[in-house]
Structure formats: structure tokens, C-alpha cells
Design a protein around this ligand. Structure first.
Ligand SMILES: [Cu+2]
Length: 867
């Protein structure tokens, strides 16, 4: 085999052959493709910098870049390099053109479909992308058949595998974009989609190509070991993805970590080879510096991704991963594109050596400044700095990109003129379609921009009178249990679109009366809601239970309509169910909640799992109520330990809305452990109980009035170090009971106005009257009491006793050897403590809340004392 220059240098240009038209044909194809790439890049840049005015700007910017620009570039260049490395005859250019057009048209369909929320179009576009890539992979496989096969033929394996990755990635993306998935599997699919596309479709061809391109750009011979290393890296990265992507899809964290680690080893191996190459000759050109910096960002990105995945639950990975996107998208992918095009555009676009040097000079203009600005920008975006610094970083990176785009556009114009004056027969013929395509893409995007602008203004005709035929787009924010604006006034007939953004950490949606609704939106997610022409007043609200009652609603009012303020709200007025009778009979099979408090376990670390679930519970004799609970009971389980013990509580959300948890017994920064987690998610809450007391724990999700009022509370008992042994210990958690559909207007109104249906101990009205607590005469009995609220405290008293020991909120107020005694343990909402009594003789001692309204409405029980 020959070891001529083509084996070590880039398998580059179609050399100028005699006959102008045949010489220019590939050049014209490249020119055309790169105009499209530059247009995509420009659109991505525009979208990224107008984030706040577009409904799905974040998504759109990323996909204009990756699906538009990068995918087109990869398709063009992998085919070009495959031909060179396989020493294969060039494939039929017509089919190549068809694939590129199919890809671009499909990409436009996907982007438009998502932007205007037309899932069918997005779905069809996805199928088009998949078809184009299948064609591309098939072409790469066909190229290999009967080709001579150069030394670097293994690199083509990267391209084929990348194509397969994109097919998988596009199918997953299509499922996400069309909303074909429910909420349940979304996280896994999203993570798999991101990884297979970024590390597979984009990462593999870049790493593969660098084996050849890196020494070429540096102008040195390839390392001897390049080919075996390239083979092994392909195996490692391929196997890594094959393990990581399905694992992410299934939510299996550790196999995913293992897969990513294998991928990282592959990248590390390749980088070590690149490093050896660069040690022989330092980079001098802009292209080589950009490729070097890009490779560094790849390593940073993969290692950081691996670290994140190893240290947090998959369900919490997504927000953290977004912090990595600038590194991978701008630092790695974008910069690789810039570096590669800086080197390659002159090679494929020039008509001769002089021309080539001139183009190279043009593209190299100001590269040092651009390099520094771009990478400084990525660094600012990557480091955990305050938001304004990140914005500066983004501005810097965007400026560097814009500068390159300007140069690339100039290069394309220049070589187009060269191609035309050079007498290429086909040149004039493609100008019109190319211009048409460019203008078409621009028009689509301007339409998107126009559609998405938060107009607040009515466009269109019909300015006179009350009738309007215009479209109006209004930005709507969901935040802090409110929809803002809470009222929109429109002229009759106005076509209304709501751009709904969730600015809350909790998930919300917005449903328009008799109209469309958004999916559940996570923090920062947005959705464009087409409400259509407005003929009459409408309400819109969040459908998460309780949120509408808490105030998450808005009115869409038609101006001039005859609503004289006599609004009748459906459901308002016919409020609470009938009052309950604490003296009635419990239903068959009813069991009281045990009040017995077992001693603390010896273990110093207490591992507890609490599952947030909804349950129907008999809360008063014969009355069943839907409750929101920790662990299926209200109150949730009582935890007990000693001072210094560590509690590691795993909260699993098995309910259908978000919940969180807050333990008063330990001090820590609330931000992470008290956050709201969505359905299916889990979080670990670890605290050290540094101080003794009877503490409350409760759900931390707004509206806490509703979450506590519906049952999400419990007690944590931390024994004081000198705690004497008692003969018996009981725990009583007091709370208010609100009957009715949880979160309904009627129920929430009662909570707000402080009109409970009952006051209860351990969740049941009168339950210890029906099933008395046991004690023996002369025994010392300790009663731990925690006032859970949500709003009322308690005046705890036991009829017929005197408390000789009172411990309230961390302090012993009365001790047995004190001369004084106590009649009541008074606790405000969320306070706790204990009292001790020695029952002098057998009998029935009533335990009550000595606020008699409450005692008579459920907060009473009996201690039955036997000889
Ligand atoms: Cu909750």
C-alpha cells in the first residue's frame, strides 16, 4: 500500500480537474450546503439572543443549532471524509442532495411543529429526519463495499454508528416533541435523547474525524498508533453509549453511570493521543487552537456529566444538566464547527492555491480575539456565578460566533463569485433555488418570531367598533399560587393565544374553560396555548388539586360584555358537607390509631422512608375523608431518637401532585431538602437532631395550609438526655379536620376562615373516647403532645389529674420534686412538649383540649385507669 502524502494529510480536496464545469460541481455543492449551514447558525444565534420573546426559544435555539446547522454539517462532512478515507468513488451527488434537502425540510417541519404546537407536523418532520439519516447510513455502508479502504477506514465506523445514534435520538425526540408520552416516562426519555444525540450523533463523528483532522491541521505526521487507538476508542465509546442510553431510558442510574464512564475512558484515550500529537508541534493557526479548546471542553463536559450522574438521582439530573449545555453546545460542538470550517472551507471552496490562501486569511481574521472571547464566555457560563455574569458570558460567546458567521458569509459570497466568474456551467443555475431556499427559511423564522412576540398589542384589522379579528398573544406567568395577569380583557372575536410560563418550583398547568390546557409545566417550562376566538367571558385555572382554590385562576373578559359584576362562580356557596357527630359509631373493622410511643431505638442513624400517598381514612365515626398523607396515615409515622442522632429520611412521591417535607427537629438550609418533588420522584432529607423536644414535621409544598390541613404532618420525638423512665408513654398529635374534596373551593374556604369540621387527636375525632388509652393506678404516664395545626394550637388537659412534670419546647417548666403543679400544656401551632401524670385511682379520666369548642368537636378522649 502506498504511504504517500494522502495517508497522513487530510484526505482533502477534489483537485481541480480539467474542464471548468466538472471542477466546480463539488465546489458548488459544498457552497450550497454551507450557505444552508450558515443560515441555520445565524437563526440559532438570533433565537438564542431573543430568548425572552419566543415561546419555546430555549428549545428552538438548541434545535436550530443541533438539528439544523450541526446535523447538516455532519451529513455533508462525514460523507465527504468517508469517500476520502475509504478511497471510494464519490457516490451519486443527486441522492446526496435529496438526502440533504429531505433533512432540512424535515428539520423545518419539526421546528415549526413544536413552535406552533402542532404535534402532527412535528411527528411527520421526525419521520423525515429518520428517513434522511437511514439513507445517509445506507450510503455510508454502500461506500464501504468494494472500496479500496485506506488506512483510516475504521473512522467511517464512527460515522455509521453516529447515524444509528441519531435514528434512536430522533425517535426519542419525536416522542417528546409530539407529546406522545405521558408524564411518567419523560425524564428518562429526555435524558436518553440528550445523551444519544450529543455524545452519539455529534460526539462520535467529531472524535473520529479528529484522528485525521488534528494532525492535518497541525501539519504533522499522524502518530503511528492512530489506527489501533481509533479502533479501540470506537469500541469503548460505542459500548458506553449502548449501555448508557437504554439505562437512562429505563431510569437505571448505575448502569448509566457505568456506560458513561466507559464512554469517558474512550474520549480520554483519544485525547491522550491528540495531546501526544500536539506535544510535537504547538498549534499556531486559529483552526488548531479552536479544535484544541473544543476537545478540552468535551473532556470537561463528559467528566462533569459523569460526576453529576454519580451524585444525584436521575430525576434531579435535568436542571443540573442544563448548566452543562453551554460547555457541550458552545465550547465543544460550536467551537469544533468553527475550527473545522476555518480549516476546511478554504480547502473545498477555493479554485486554486492563491484563492485558497486568500480565503484562509479571511477566515482567520481576528482569530486570537475570537478564541479568547468565546472560551472566556463558555467559562463564565460554566462556573456557578450569578446570573448577570452568565449573561455577559453568553454575550461574549454569541459575539464570537456572530463574528465568525460574518466571515463565513463573506467567504461564501466571495467563492460564489469565483465560481461564477470561473465559468462553472452549473453555477448560475443554482443561484435562484439557493436564494429561494434561504429566503424561505428566513420567512419561516420571521413568521415564528412574529407569532411568538409578546405583542400585548392587537394586530390585524377591525380597529373600529367592538369587533376585532386580530390575534393577540399574552404572556401568562404561573407563580406563587397566582396566575398573572389575573384578568385579560379582549375585544369580542379576538383570537387569543396565551404564552404560559411556569416561574414556580412547583409544577402547574393552565386550563381554559371549555378550551385547551397546557401539559404540566416544570420550573421554567413554557407552552403556547391557542385559545382561539373569544366570544364570551372565560375562566382559566391550574388543575393541580387545591391550586385553583388557593388563587390560581384568571379571567378572560370580553370588553363591553354585560357582566355587571354579578358573577356566579360555579361551585361557590354549596360548601361543606354536613357536620359530624363524634359520639356516633365507627364503622365495622375500624381501628384506632395507636397512641403508644415505643422507646427510641439504639441505632444512632435512623433510616426512614416516607411515601406521599393519598388515602381514604375514617376521620370521625362513620366519616371517611380523602387525605394527603405521609405513609398512608395522618399523622404520618412518629419518629423517635436521642440528641445527636442522625435521621436519613427518603421521601418518595407516590401521589399525583408535588409534595415536599420539612422537619423542625434539625437545622439546615431549606433550599434543597425542602424542595417540592414531582410525582414519581424521591429525595433524601438528612438532618442531625442536635436538640431535644417534641417536634413537628410537615409537607413543605405551597399551599402549606392545604397540605397540612389535608393530613401531611407528623411528630419527631427527641429525648432529653436526662429523660427518666416512665411506666407508659403516649404521643398525641393534635390537628384540625376539614371535610370535603381536598383542594375544593369549599374546603379551602373553611381552612382560610378557620372553620374546621372537627379538632382531633392523632387524626380521629373522638377516637380515644371510642377506644380509651390504658393505664394503671399509681403509674407514671407521660403524654407527648405536638400541635400540628394547620392553624390552631391546644390547651392540653387531663380531667382529674395534676401534671407534676411539664416539658415544653425544650425546657422543663415543672419537675416532680417542685412544689408547684400544672393543669394545662399550652402549645401554639407547631409547638410540642410532654406532661406526666400519676393516676391516683382507677377510673375514666378525660383528656381534652380545654378550649371547649374544640373538645366538644372531637378533641377529647378517655384514659381508662384500672387497678
Ligand atoms: Cu404536600
Amino acid at each position: 500500500m502506498s504511504t504517500g502524502p494522502n495517508e497522513t494529510a487530510a484526505p482533502t480536496p477534489e483537485r481541480p480537474r480539467p474542464g471548468a464545469s466538472s471542477a466546480s460541481a463539488p465546489r458548488v455543492r459544498h457552497l450550497r450546503a454551507h450557505v444552508v449551514i450558515v443560515v441555520w447558525l445565524a437563526l440559532a444565534l438570533i433565537t438564542a439572543t431573543t430568548q425572552h420573546t419566543l415561546p419555546v426559544a430555549h428549545w428552538l435555539a438548541i434545535h436550530l443549532f443541533l438539528l439544523g446547522a450541526v446535523t447538516t454539517a455532519i451529513m455533508v462532512w462525514t460523507e465527504h471524509f468517508a469517500v476520502a478515507m475509504l478511497h471510494a468513488p464519490p457516490p451519486d451527488p443527486r441522492w446526496g442532495g435529496v438526502r440533504l434537502i429531505a433533512l432540512n425540510v424535515s428539520a423545518v417541519a419539526v421546528l415549526t411543529g413544536v413552535a406552533v404546537d402542532w404535534p402532527v407536523l412535528a411527528g411527520v418532520g421526525t419521520l423525515g429526519v429518520v428517513a434522511a439519516i437511514i439513507g445517509h447510513v445506507a450510503a455510508l455502508v454502500r461506500l464501504g463495499r468494494g472500496a479500496l479502504g485506506g488506512r483510516l477506514a475504521p473512522v467511517v465506523g464512527y460515522y455509521r454508528l453516529a447515524g444509528v445514534a441519531l435514528i434512536a435520538g430522533a425517535v426519542l425526540g419525536g416522542l417528546l416533541a409530539t407529546g406522545a408520552l405521558g408524564e411518567a416516562g419523560r425524564t428518562g426519555v429526555e435524558l436518553a435523547h440528550i445523551h444519544v444525540n450529543l455524545l452519539g450523533w455529534v460526539g462520535l463523528p467529531i472524535v473520529g474525524t479528529l484522528f485525521m483532522l488534528w494532525p492535518t491541521v497541525l501539519g504533522v505526521r499522524m502518530e503511528d498508533r492512530t489506527v489501533p487507538v481509533a479502533r479501540r476508542v470506537l469500541w469503548l465509546t460505542g459500548l458506553g453509549l449502548l449501555l448508557a442510553v437504554p439505562a437512562l431510558l429505563l431510569g437505571a442510574r448505575w448502569p448509566a453511570v457505568a456506560g458513561l464512564a466507559v464512554y469517558a475512558v474512550g474520549v480520554g484515550w483519544a485525547s491522550a493521543l491528540f495531546l501526544r500529537t500536539v506535544l510535537r508541534r504547538a498549534p499556531r493557526s486559529g483552526a488548531s487552537w479552536m479544535l484544541a479548546a473544543a476537545t478540552c471542553w468535551l473532556v470537561v463536559g463528559v467528566v462533569a456529566d459523569l460526576g453529576l450522574m454519580a451524585t444525584r438521582e436521575l430525576s434531579h439530573l435535568d436542571p443540573a444538566l442544563h448548566g452543562l449545555l453551554p460547555v457541550l453546545l458552545i465550547g465543544f460542538v460550536g467551537q469544533t464547527l468553527l475550527g473545522a470550517l476555518t480549516y476546511l472551507l478554504p480547502v473545498v471552496l477555493s479554485g486554486g492555491p492563491t484563492d485558497r490562501a486568500a480565503l484562509a486569511d479571511l477566515l482567520d481574521w481576528g482569530w486570537r480575539t475570537r478564541l479568547v472571547v468565546l472560551n472566556a464566555g463558555v467559562l463564565l457560563l460554566f462556573l456557578p456565578l450569578p446570573a448577570p455574569v452568565g449573561a455577559v458570558g453568553f454575550g461574549a460567546a454569541a459575539a464570537a460566533f456572530a463574528a465568525f458567521l460574518g466571515l463565513a458569509a463573506a467567504a461564501l459570497v466571495r467563492s460564489r463569485e469565483g465560481a461564477v466568474t470561473g465559468g462553472a456551467g452549473g453555477a448560475a443555475a443554482w443561484r435562484a433555488p439557493l436564494a429561494g431556499a434561504g429566503i424561505g427559511v428566513l420567512l419561516i423564522v420571521f413568521a415564528l418570531v412574529a407569532a411568538g412576540l409578546p405583542a400585548g398589542t392587537t394586530s390585524g384589522g377591525g380597529g373600529s367598533g367592538t369587533a376585532a379579528t386580530g390575534t393577540r398573544t399574552v404572556e401568562v406567568e404561573l407563580k406563587g399560587m397566582a396566575v398573572s395577569p389575573s384578568r385579560i380583557e379582549v375585544a369580542p372575536g379576538t383570537v387569543l393565544r396565551l404564552e404560559v410560563v411556569n416561574r414556580d418550583t412547583q409544577r402547574h398547568d393552565l386550563r381554559v374553560e371549555d378550551g385547551p390546557r397546557t401539559p404540566m409545566l416544570g420550573e421554567g417550562e413554557s407552552h403556547l396555548l391557542e385559545v382561539g376566538p373569544i366570544a364570551a367571558d372565560l375562566e382559566a385555572w391550574c388543575t393541580v388539586p387545591g391550586h385553583r382554590a388557593a388563587g390560581m385562576s384568571m379571567t378572560i373578559a370580553v370588553t363591553g360584555s354585560a357582566d355587571g359584576g354579578a358573577e356566579s362562580e360555579p361551585g361557590h356557596g354549596h360548601a361543606s358537607p354536613d357536620g359530624l357527630d363524634p359520639a356516633a359509631e365507627h364503622s365495622d373493622g375500624w381501628e384506632p390509631r395507636s397512641a403508644v410511643l415505643p422507646p427510641a431505638e439504639e441505632a444512632r442513624v435512623h433510616e426512614v422512608e416516607l411515601r406521599a400517598v393519598e388515602a381514604d381514612i375514617e376521620v370521625a365515626p362513620g366519616v371517611s375523608q380523602r387525605m394527603w398523607t405521609f405513609g398512608g396515615t395522618a399523622p404520618g409515622p412518629t419518629l423517635r431518637g436521642k440528641v445527636g442522632d442522625v435521621f436519613e429520611v427518603t421521601l418518595v412521591n407516590d401521589a399525583e401532585m408535588g409534595h415536599g417535607i420539612d422537619f423542625h427537629a434539625g437545622a439546615l438550609a431549606p433550599d434543597e431538602p425542602m424542595r417540592t418533588i414531582g410525582p414519581g420522584e424521591r429525595l433524601v432529607y438528612r438532618f442531625t437532631a442536635e436538640r431535644a423536644g417534641a417536634w413537628l414535621y410537615h409537607c413543605s409544598t405551597p399551599s402549606m395550609l392545604q397540605h397540612i390541613g389535608n393530613g401531611m404532618y407528623g411528630a419527631v420525638i427527641i429525648d432529653p438526655p436526662d429523660l427518666e423512665q416512665a411506666d407508659r408513654e403516649y404521643v398525641l398529635v393534635s390537628s384540625q379536620l376539614y371535610l370535603g374534596e381536598p383542594g375544593s373551593e369549599g374546603q379551602v374556604a373553611k381552612m382560610r376562615e378557620g372553620r374546621p369540621d372537627a379538632w382531633v387527636f392523632n387524626g380521629g375525632a373522638g377516637q380515644y373516647a371510642a377506644a380509651p388509652l390504658a393505664a394503671r393506678a399509681e403509674e407514671r404516664v407521660r403524654f407527648w403532645v405536638v400541635a400540628a395545626g394547620p392553624s390552631d394550637g391546644i390547651a392540653f388537659h387531663i380531667v382529674g389529674t395534676v401534671f407534676d412534670s411539664v416539658y415544653k419546647e425544650g425546657a422543663h417548666l415543672v419537675r416532680p420534686d417542685d412544689p408547684g403543679g400544672a393543669q394545662v400544656l399550652d402549645l401554639a401551632a407547631a409547638q410540642g412538649g410532654y406532661v406526666e401524670a400519676v393516676f391516683p385511682e382507677p377510673g375514666h379520666y378525660a383528656l381534652v383540649d380545654h378550649d371547649m369548642r374544640r373538645a366538644e368537636a372531637g378533641a377529647h378522649g378517655i384514659v381508662k385507669v384500672t387497678p
